[in-house]
Design a protein around this ligand. Structure first.
Ligand SMILES: [Fe+2]
Ligand SMILES: [Fe+2]
Length: 281
């Protein structure tokens, strides 16, 4: 008989978080609008974006049920992404106090993603998730290494660092599901890189548009000093990020070819995250 004792646990936990975003300053990143609005814009993609990831994985999960390890990892992936959606949404609700209405951008993201979901096949929707999971896995390394230090508010910094840890932990789940269902031959590779190219253009376009919208709503569109700071930050970051994004185009690419365990361990210490009780439950 199958019991909870012989069930194989996932390789990473689902942590229940409940941040209090009541006292977030107007400019919590680098004490200025352009960087704050860039990261707020990116954040507004998460609640609906990560719900879409969950739906795209769920739509094909039953086809991989016989792989118990993968199925358990998928369960934990869904748990983590659902928690990210909830906490980023809570941040946007509290950010309404500054009058910039980030929730409206969340809603716009939802409408666009539901349109994509309708037009694309289940395989292609999964591939958007696989590609954007790589995009996220690359960004969060920079976040854990240095970018978090620009965030002057501790709660917001902790939100991004906790999210970064978990994106690293589950970075291979959607990819493994895709490979399990469709293999790793040319027929799997061509759609994988095509949809990634599309997804990369989409997320770059939307994070830029949302940043501009927030700058306009904040009457900071002509704050050239702040824009200059952002472009200096972005050009340094993209020099590091672009080669890592391009790794995805390798025929033998797998998310676990990079190892971030030491960085995750340091970040957990910074956040005082102790998983011993979670892993036993
Ligand atoms: Fe996430
Ligand atoms: Fe993720």
């Amino acid at each position: 008989m199958k019991t909870a004792l012989n069930r194989v646990p996932a390789s990473f936990p689902v942590r229940r978080m409940d941040y209090n975003f009541n006292d977030i300053p107007r400019y919590w990143c680098n004490d200025e609008p352009s960087l704050t609005h860039y990261f707020t814009g990116l954040s507004t993609l998460f609640p609906e974006g990560e719900s879409y990831f969950v739906r795209s994985v769920r739509a094909l999960r039953t086809k991989a049920k016989e792989n118990k390890i993968l199925d358990t990892e998928i369960g934990a992936f869904i748990g983590q992404e659902a928690m990210h959606s909830k906490e980023h949404h809570a941040f946007h609700v509290s950010a309404q106090q500054h009058g910039l209405d980030p929730e409206s951008l969340e809603k716009a993201t939802g409408i666009i993603l539901k349109g994509i979901e309708k037009v694309f096949s289940k395989k292609w929707n999964l591939l958007v998730t696989v590609g954007l999971e790589h995009y996220t896995a690359v960004l969060v390394v920079s976040m854990m290494q240095s970018v978090n230090e620009l965030m002057t508010d501790t709660t917001i910094r902790n939100l991004w660092l906790w999210h970064s840890i978990e994106e690293t932990e589950h970075k291979a789940v959607a990819f493994d599901l895709y490979q399990y269902l469709y293999g790793n031959g040319l027929n799997a590779y061509i759609p994988r890189i095509s949809v990634f190219t599309f997804s990369l253009i989409l997320i770059t376009a939307f994070s830029t548009i949302y940043q501009v919208v927030l700058m306009k709503r904040d009457k900071q569109l002509t704050n050239f000093k702040s824009w200059r700071n952002f472009f200096s930050f972005a050009s340094k970051q993209y020099k590091i990020l672009i080669p890592k994004f391009l790794e995805y185009y390798r025929f033998d690419f797998h998310p676990n070819h990079t190892d971030e365990k030491a960085l995750v361990a340091t970040t957990k210490i910074k956040l005082r995250i102790n998983d011993s009780s979670l892993l036993l439950s």
